[in-house]
Design a protein around this ligand. Structure first.
Ligand SMILES: Nc1ncnc2c1ncn2[C@@H]1O[C@H](COP(=O)(O)OP(=O)(O)OP(=O)(O)O)[C@@H](O)[C@H]1O
Ligand SMILES: [Mg+2]
Length: 241
C-alpha cells in the first residue's frame, strides 16, 4: 500500500507517526519503505539517525539509481529514502507534474522489485504546496495529521478538499490532544469528520515522554508498551485496512 502523511501547519507529529508506524509494521513482519518527500525540511534521517550520501533529490535529478538512495535501518525491515534539504519543490525539477509523478512511481516500482517492500509511507511537507500535492496524487490513501488548533483545523478542511479533487481517499488523525479533554474533543472531531465526509482514524493524546524525547528516541522500538504506541496501534489497524 502507498500511504502519505500531510498537515496544514508544521509540527503536528507526521514524522514521529511515520517513523513509529514503520517500525511497528516491520515488527509485524512487513517490509516498509519510508520516503521523505518533505524536501524543504526533511527529518526522517534524524529520527533514525542514519548516515547517508545519495538522497531522493539525487534520484529525481537522475544523478543515481533508485537502490542507491535506500538505507536499511539497522538489521530491521525498515528501509529509508532520505531527502536533503533544498529550497525547490519536487515538481520544479520536472517539466510537467506528470513527469514528476512518473519519476516518483518509478522509484516506488524499483524499490519494491529489489527489496520486496509491502508498504511505502511518504512523510510530506506541511502546507499546501506542490510537493505535498504531488505525493497525495501518487498514493492509495492520504492521512492528514492535525491538532485541534483552529489554524490546523481550517487547513485540514482545505487539504481534505484537495484530496477529493485528486481522487485520493483521505483519512484524518488528530494528534497532541490534551489527555483530560480527549472524550470531549473526540466528539467534536468526529462531528467535524462526518461533515467533511472524511474517515476519522482516531486521536492521540499529548504525550510528555514523546515530547521530551525530542525525536531522539523511537518509542515503538525503545518502549513499545507505552501509551503513545498503544494509541498508534489502534489507529494503524484502521489505516491499514
Ligand atoms: N503525541 C505527541 N505528544 C507529544 N509530543 C509529540 C507527539 N507527537 C509528536 N510529538 C513531538 O512533536 C514534535 C514535532 O513532531 P514531528 O517532527 O513528528 O512533527 P512534523 O509534523 O513532522 O513536523 P514538520 O511539519 O515540521 O515536519 C517532536 O518533538 C515530537 O517528538
Ligand atoms: Mg516532519
Amino acid at each position: 500500500m502507498l500511504l502519505s502523511f500531510h498537515s496544514y501547519k508544521g509540527g503536528t507529529g507526521k514524522t514521529t507517526f511515520v517513523g513509529n508506524l514503520g517500525v511497528m509494521l516491520a515488527q509485524q513482519g512487513k517490509k516498509v519503505c519510508l520516503i521523505d518527500t518533505d524536501v524543504n525540511g526533511p527529518g526522517i534521517h534524524s529520527l533514525f539517525d542514519i548516515r547517508y550520501e545519495m538522497t531522493l533529490i539525487d534520484f529525481l535529478q537522475g544523478v543515481c539509481r533508485a537502490d542507491e538512495v535506500v538505507y536499511r535501518y539497522e538489521d530491521t525491515n525498515v528501509f529509508i529514502v532520505p531527502s536533503k534539504a533544498c529550497e525547490e519543490d519536487i515538481s520544479a525539477m520536472f517539466n510537467t507534474p506528470g513527469e514528476a509523478r512518473e519519476k516518483l512511481l518509478e522509484l516506488v516500482r524499483k524499490i519494491r522489485d529489489k527489496y520486496g517492500i509491502d508498504h511505502f509511507l511518504f512523510d510530506c511537507s506541511p502546507g499546501i504546496n506542490k510537493s505535498s500535492l504531488l505525493t497525495m496524487n501518487v498514493v492509495d490513501k492520504a492521512t492528514i495529521v492535525s491538532t485541534i488548533d483552529l489554524q490546523d483545523i481550517r487547513g485540514t478542511y482545505l487539504l481534505s478538499s484537495m484530496s477529493g479533487k485528486l481522487g485520493t481517499r483521505a483519512t484524518l488523525l488528530f494528534n497532541r490532544i490534551p489527555l483530560e479533554k480527549k472524550d470531549e474533543i473526540s466528539e467534536i472531531v468526529s462531528d467535524f469528520s462526518n461533515r467533511l465526509g472524511t474517515e476519522l482514524l482516531g486521536l492521540i493524546s499529548y504525550d510528555e515522554s514523546v515530547a521530551k524525547a525530542w525525536s531522539r528516541k523511537i518509542p515503538m522500538k525503545d518502549d513499545p508498551d507505552c501509551n503513545y504506541c498503544a494509541q498508534l496501534k489502534t489507529i494503524a489497524e484502521k489505516l491499514m485496512k
